[in-house]
Design a protein around this ligand. Structure first.
Ligand code: AMP
Ligand code: GLY
Length: 414
């Protein structure tokens, strides 16, 4: 199979590794990729949709895998599919489960997926008046893609109002969502979907806040651990019956079948699991810990899903655990500094790997080129072992001003 993979983050590096290792692969092309993926495939420069379509006319492939949310929300999957190529990634309509929080909420309400109570406002003034009346703190969300940063969990009425005022500065924030504040441990539940059937991947926990003990601003994700003790394969399948299946059914019945990775961010509250959000793609940095624990051929599953013939039992869960510590640049998430030289020891601990995200080669020197720069991943027999390896990998990385959390995966330690 000839495959084109789109993206350049840690998620795509993790995907490229398993795709490159598949016996079904003949040729992997990556656009644009990152320096860490060198050797896994051939890089091309095709930053726009017309570039990709033009490349495909002279370079036929059997499968296109779209990693990030922005091209999905912009309809790249539709345009590529229209040329007759199978695509792993949802249509623009189906990607609204992520690109419009208001749409996702309405679907959840329709099919009775448990979720936080909410209100949608077109105008900040109305939202502020509502908050003043309610005398409660709310979770404030912008109704659009914001790279995981369009959410403010306010602690007071004053903070809620300040958050509403700030969120209107975000161009994506055409609508404002106020949500009841939930509490409980979070689970990232991701399923590979073919529009009708789905295969549930190992569960993971992300750590969204910048600092230890879940303090500081929300980020795209500072680290992950998998699988979760609270969610084995059996219980994850049960959770998917509740939060994945009804949504897939709804989307299919409304002529927007979801083909791709459907990611439910779930909070395990005292009143049972509740969905915080859907994403229309693999999680980042969840994918970095999920894929090492999958038993089976992921490329075959992606291709079968893209062709609408997924066997839900094609992928199993391996024994063991995986952990990922994100190494972020100085100033992330507000103003990440670029161009800092990176040094990575040649000798990594057994079970350890470095997956690149915001890196670039400048005159032969690897330098930082984004907020989340590298992912230090550890795989081991136990969660403790996986974490030990992941932090040993961090110790192999030198980057001026690097930020990382010291408490990734604590919830899964005995
Ligand atoms: P989202 O981008 O919607 O996943 O939100 C980012 C993070 O904000 C989530 O992972 C939660 O930690 C937190 N969050 C979002 N919605 C709520 C909510 N209704 N109650 C409490 N925390 C929330
Ligand atoms: N790690 C959270 C996300 O991928 O949205």
């Amino acid at each position: 199979m000839r495959v084109l993979l789109l993206g350049s983050g840690g998620r795509e590096h993790a995907l490229a590794r398993v795709i490159a290792a598949s016996p079904f692969l003949d040729q992997l092309t990556i656009a644009p990729g990152n320096p860490g993926m060198a050797g896994l495939g051939t890089f091309i420069h095709a930053p726009t949709l017309p570039d990709v379509l033009a490349w495909l006319t002279t370079n036929p492939v059997e499968l296109v895998v779209i990693g990030p949310e922005a091209p999905l929300a912009a309809g790249w999957a539709d345009a590529i599919r229209a040329t007759g190529v199978a695509v792993f990634g949802p249509s623009q309509q189906a990607a609204r489960l992520e690109s419009s929080k208001a749409f996702a909420k309405s679907v959840m309400q329709h099919v009775q997926v448990p979720t936080a109570r909410y209100k949608v406002f077109a105008r900040a003034d109305d939202a502020i008046a509502f908050v003043q009346n309610s005398e409660l703190a709310w979770v404030v969300k912008a109704d659009g893609l914001a790279a995981g940063k369009g959410v403010i969990v306010a602690e007071s009425v004053a903070e809620t109002i300040a958050a509403i005022a700030s969120i209107t500065d975000i161009p994506a924030g055409h609508q404002i969502l106020l949500e009841e504040r939930l509490s409980g441990p979070e689970v990232s539940l991701i399923a590979i979907c073919d529009g009708e059937r789905y295969s549930v991947l190992p569960t993971a926990r992300d750590h969204k806040r910048l600092y230890d003990d879940d303090r500081g601003p929300n980020t795209g994700g500072m680290g992950t651990i998998a699988p979760l003790h609270a969610m084995n394969h059996h219980t994850a399948k049960q959770l998917a019956e509740l939060v994945i299946k009804p949504v897939l059914d709804f989307m299919r019945l409304h002529d927007m079948p979801f083909v791709g990775a459907l990611y439910a961010g779930v909070m395990l509250t005292e009143d049972g699991p509740k969905v915080i959000e859907y994403n229309a793609r693999f999680g980042d940095p969840e994918t970095q810990v999920i894929l090492p624990l999958v038993d089976g051929d992921v490329l075959k599953a992606l291709s079968d899903a893209a062709h609408g013939r997924l066997d839900p039992d094609v992928l199993g869960w391996q024994q063991g655990a995986a952990a990922c510590v994100v190494v972020a640049s100085h100033g992330y998430p507000d103003s990440p500094r670029h161009g800092d030289p990176i040094r990575i020891d040649a000798q990594l601990p057994a079970g350890g790997m470095v997956l690149h995200a915001g890196t670039v080669l400048r005159d032969g020197q690897l330098v930082s080129n984004g907020g989340r720069v590298l992912n230090a991943v550890g795989v081991g027999a136990t969660h403790a072992e996986a974490l030990k390896v992941a932090y040993a990998v961090v110790d192999c990385i030198a980057l001026a001003g690097m930020q990382y959390r010291l408490d990734i995966g604590q919830s899964e330690l005995p």
